[in-house]
Design a protein around this ligand. Structure first.
Ligand code: FE
Ligand code: FE
Ligand code: ZN
Length: 294
């Protein structure tokens, strides 16, 4: 790789090739990192680890010098630790515990988690539930070498974790556990009201409120909506309201050198854009006609 940057995208993890297929997909995009869901994001049905071709995936990644220690898992969306219904809370905790074990089974160290939705009980009560849930989950997975990365959210519906302060409140509520990190999603923080174009301001706020050492993953997405719209609709790199040059700052910033950048931009005409988007970012050159031939 011409420059020493950690860049990749989310890739699929499904039969018959499972994790081997995930690594092959990432390599086809010329990525050196990747993110997977260990099963469908919308449910908790999971293929047993023995069938997931994990060793094959790992050895292919190693052969190709991928940054395997920076690979990422994403927890399913159905988890809502903030849910006021005790049964659903317990259900979410149990799925998260299982997902942490699966992440460890893939020998992946980072698991991205959407903190939760308060569904009407308000921010404070919702955050309290998230903290309680995370404390239970952390305790029952003490021996797993997995860091839960709380994702910064866009503020759609009753989402929590939409400011750095809220994310920090969660971490503090778990006594600053060293098994908690943060995933910063550029589309989400834009939609939540942060000025993504001002990277110095974003990172200095992040540092003073949470601490940059907690930042473990960047989701690099453009946004279909204006700053502060609280929508959460990802756009292809350079085709949204954040823009190519502003996203590029996050790819090459020295302070973020060791943080993997993961694209979750939409498919175009049912085709993945990642190989081309990664190429544009590496070459630092935007191609406004990128999708003309798609
Ligand atoms: Fe996410
Ligand atoms: Fe994201
Ligand atoms: Zn999103």
């Amino acid at each position: 790789m011409e420059k020493d940057i950690l860049i990749g995208s989310h890739v699929s993890m499904s039969g018959p090739k499972y994790y081997l297929g995930s690594v092959q997909e990432a390599l086809s995009y010329e990525a050196n990192v990747l993110m997977i869901y260990t099963g469908a994001p919308q449910n908790s049905t999971r293929t047993p680890l023995e069938k997931c071709k994990i060793e094959e995936g790992i050895s292919l990644a190693k052969q190709n010098n991928m940054a395997i220690d920076k690979f990422i898992c994403h927890a399913p969306y159905i988890i809502n630790l903030a849910n006021p219904d005790p049964e659903k809370q317990k259900f979410s905790q149990d799925i998260l515990i299982n997902e942490i074990k699966r992440t460890a089974g893939f020998k992946i160290k980072y698991l991205v988690l959407h903190p939760g939705l308060h569904v009407g009980i308000g921010d404070d009560a919702g955050l309290k539930n998230i903290i309680e849930g995370l404390n239970i989950v952390l305790k029952s997975t003490e021996n797993e070498d997995v860091i839960i990365c709380i994702e910064t959210m866009a503020g759609k519906g009753s989402e929590l974790g939409i400011t750095f302060e809220q994310v920090n409140e969660i971490i503090e509520g778990c006594n600053g556990s060293n098994r908690l990190g943060v995933c910063l999603d550029t589309c989400h923080i834009n939609d939540a009201g942060y000025d993504v174009s001002n990277i110095d301001e974003v990172l200095s706020k992040f540092d003073s409120i949470i601490g940059l050492d907690r930042l473990k993953v960047i989701h690099l997405n453009d946004s279909k909506n204006l700053r502060g719209a609280r929508k959460d609709r990802h756009e292809n790199i350079g085709f949204g309201t954040i823009g190519f040059d502003n996203l590029l700052k996050y790819v090459f910033d020295e302070r973020l050198k060791d943080v993997p950048k993961i694209l979750e931009t939409p498919y175009f005409n049912k085709k993945p854009p990642y190989k081309d988007e990664i190429k544009m970012l590496k070459e630092e050159k935007f191609n406004k006609d990128l999708f003309k031939d798609y």
